[in-house]
Ligand binder design. Structure first.
Ligand code: ATP
Length: 320
C-alpha cells in the first residue's frame, strides 16, 4: 500500500493529535503518502480530504483535541453512506485508512475493510471503555485532570469539614472514577460495575467523622446516576449538606500526558506497519505494556472491557 488516509471519529480525546502525527511521520518514513480526512466519516463522505506533509503535523503533539476535527455521522452505518465514502477514497487514490475513535468508529472501519479498503482502528477515548486494550488514548490525561480537580476540592472540603460528591465521566465504565479515586485518596468510589447501597455510603461518612476525618470525598462515575440525585439521596438520610461538583467536559481537554503521547505514537506507527503490509480489519491495543492487534469484529462482538476491580478493593482497604 502506498497511499493511506487518517481520520478521527466519535468523541475527541487528548493524544489523538499525537496519533495522527505518528501516522503521518511513520508513513512518510516508509515512503508512503498520507491524506488527512476532516470531521471523521462525515468528512470522508463530503470529500473534505487533503494531503498531509511532515510540517502539517508539526507542533501538534502537545495539543489536546484533534486538529482533524471529529464528528458523529450515523449515516455511515448505511450502505449508501459507505459507498459514497468509497467513491471519495477512489477519487483520492487512498487504499487504506487509520481510524482513531471508539467502538462506533471501529464499526465504520470494519465496514470499509469488508468493502476492500483495509482499515486499522486505534482506541481513542478518555473513558477507557474499548475492548481489546488495557488503556485508550486520552485516559491517562483525563485521570490526571480529574486528580488535579480532586486535590483542589479536598483543600476546601477539609477547611469546612464538608462532604463532596464529584461526578466524573466514563459513560458505562468506572475506570476514570477508579483511577482518579485511588490516586486522590477518595473516601468512596461509586462505579456502575459495583453498584452501591446508599445507607452504607451514609454510614461510611458518619464513621469517618467519628474517626476525626475532616472531609469526605466521594467520586461518582456518571454511569451510576447524576451527582445531584446522588447527593439528594444522601441528604435525605442525614443532614450532610453534600456539595456536588460535576467536572464535565474539562475532562476531555488539555495537553496530553507523556503516557498518552507515547501510547498514541506507538499506536499510530503500528497502524502504518499493518497497512504497509496490506493488512486491515484490525484494531490495536496495549496488553501488558505491549502493542497487540486484534480482529475488529472479534473485539467488538466477543471481547468485553473490564475495569481493574482490584483498585476498588484496594480503595476500600486503604481509604479509611
Ligand atoms: P466515542 O468513544 O465517542 O463513543 P465512537 O467511535 O464509539 O466514539 P460513535 O458516535 O459511536 O463514537 O461512532 C463514531 C462514528 O462512527 C459514527 O458517527 C459513524 O460515522 C461511524 N459508525 C458508528 N457505527 C457504525 C456502523 N455500525 N457502521 C458504520 N459506521 C459506523
Amino acid at each position: 500500500m502506498k497511499r493511506i488516509g487518517v481520520l478521527t471519529s466519535g468523541g475527541d480525546s487528548p493524544g489523538m493529535n499525537a496519533a495522527v502525527r505518528a501516522v503521518v511521520r511513520k508513513a512518510l518514513y516508509e515512503g508512503m503518502e498520507v491524506y488527512g480526512i476532516n470531521y471523521g466519516f462525515a468528512g470522508l463522505v463530503a470529500g473534505d480530504i487533503r494531503k498531509l506533509t511532515r510540517r502539517d503535523v508539526g507542533d501538534i503533539i502537545q495539543r489536546g483535541g484533534t486538529f482533524l476535527y471529529s464528528a458523529r455521522y450515523p449515516q455511515f452505518a448505511t450502505e449508501e453512506g459507505q459507498l459514497k465514502g468509497i467513491e471519495q477514497l477512489n477519487r483520492f487514490g487512498i487504499e487504506g485508512l487509520v481510524v482513531v475513535g471508539g467502538d462506533g468508529s471501529y464499526r465504520g472501519a470494519y465496514a470499509l475493510t469488508k468493502r476492500g479498503y483495509p482499515c486499522i482502528g486505534l482506541p481513542g477515548t478518555i473513558d477507557n471503555d474499548i475492548p481489546g486494550t488495557d488503556y485508550t488514548i486520552g485516559f491517562d490525561t483525563a485521570i490526571n485532570t480529574v486528580l488535579d480537580a480532586l486535590d483542589r476540592i479536598r483543600d476546601t472540603a477539609t477547611s469546612h469539614v464538608r462532604t463532596f460528591v464529584i461526578e466524573v465521566m466514563g459513560r458505562d465504565a468506572g475506570d476514570i472514577a477508579l483511577w482518579a479515586g485511588v490516586a486522590s485518596g477518595a473516601e468512596q468510589i461509586i462505579i456502575p460495575e459495583k453498584g452501591f447501597d446508599i445507607t452504607g455510603v451514609a454510614d461510611n461518612i458518619r464513621e469517618g467523622r467519628e474517626k476525626g476525618k475532616k472531609h469526605t470525598i466521594i467520586v461518582l462515575a456518571e454511569g451510576v446516576m447524576d451527582g445531584k440525585e446522588f447527593a439528594e439521596k444522601l441528604d435525605a438520610i442525614d443532614n450532610f449538606h453534600v456539595r456536588v461538583t460535576v467536572l464535565g467536559h474539562v475532562q476531555r481537554g488539555g495537553s496530553p500526558t507523556a503516557r498518552d503521547r507515547v501510547l498514541a505514537s506507538q499506536f499510530g506507527a503500528g497502524a502504518v506497519e499493518y497497512l504497509k503490509a496490506d493488512k486491515g480489519g484490525l484494531c490495536l491495543g496495549l496488553r501488558n505494556e505491549k502493542i497487540v492487534a486484534h480482529d475488529i469484529v472479534d473485539t467488538l462482538d466477543n471481547m468485553k472491557h473490564k475495569p481493574n476491580l482490584d483498585l476498588y478493593k484496594l480503595n476500600k482497604e486503604i481509604s479509611s
